[in-house]
Write a protein that binds this ligand. Structure first.
Ligand code: GRF
Length: 200
């Protein structure tokens, strides 16, 4: 299974995926890592690991379409089976999503459909929920809305703030992303409406 990673920042999910591959837990290959931010620590890490690393700075392009065209050009050469969004802070256009239907995956730090969008952990704390978590899902044309592949729960503590909750959710994200990609690598699933159904 060939993976392309798109990121904008820290890249801890990317590193968790890379480490799972390195220890033989996930049968996959990272064929490219693309960052829209030149200063993303994640792209530095990709370079240090010797992975094909590309900076496609969205500020250098006149339009969203032009930026996406360059990302799509790189993906077209790398030929990934799946595009893995790992903290990629750009909305994908419907045309981009349509180029890779049910082949783009994202991770979100809440139990969707609760708390989509930015600051999901702060939203969960402000709402007073007792359980939150993370969701790995296919990307469709709507924000944080595609069919769900894996979710993992994280209980809230009374003294949690957004930052303590985010840290505990992040630990679960690293497990969830690897678990989801292992399921996709197995190939034994189908997408039936909103449901991703795995053969047992
Ligand atoms: C994670 O919390 C992820 O759920 C969200 O962005 C963050 C990325 O973290 N989409 P990292 O860059 O993988 O460390």
């Amino acid at each position: 299974m060939k993976l392309a990673i798109l990121l904008s920042g820290r890249g801890s999910n990317f590193v968790a995926i890379h480490e799972a591959i390195a220890r033989g837990e996930l049968d996959a290959e990272i064929v490219c890592v693309i960052s829209n931010r030149p200063d993303a620590p994640g792209i530095e890490r990709a370079r240090a690991l010797g992975l094909p690393a590309h900076i496609v700075d969205h500020r250098s392009f006149a339009s969203r379409a032009a930026h996406e065209a360059e990302v799509l050009r790189i993906l077209g050469q790398a030929k990934p089976d799946f595009i893995v969004l790992a903290g990629y802070m750009r909305l994908l256009s419907p045309d981009f999503v349509a180029a890779y239907p049910m082949r783009i995956v994202n991770i979100h730090p809440s139990l969707l459909p609760s708390f989509p969008g930015v600051d999901a952990q702060a939203q969960a704390v402000a709402y007073g929920v007792k359980v939150s978590g993370c969701t790995v899902h296919f990307v469709d044309e709507n924000l944080d809305a595609g069919p769900i592949i894996v979710q993992r729960t994280v209980p809230l503590r009374d003294d949690d703030d957004a930052s303590t909750l985010a840290a505990r959710i992040l630990d679960e994200e690293h497990v969830a992303y690897v678990e989801a990609l292992k399921k996709l690598a197995s190939g034994t699933y189908r997408v039936d409406g909103r449901s991703v159904v795995f053969d047992s």
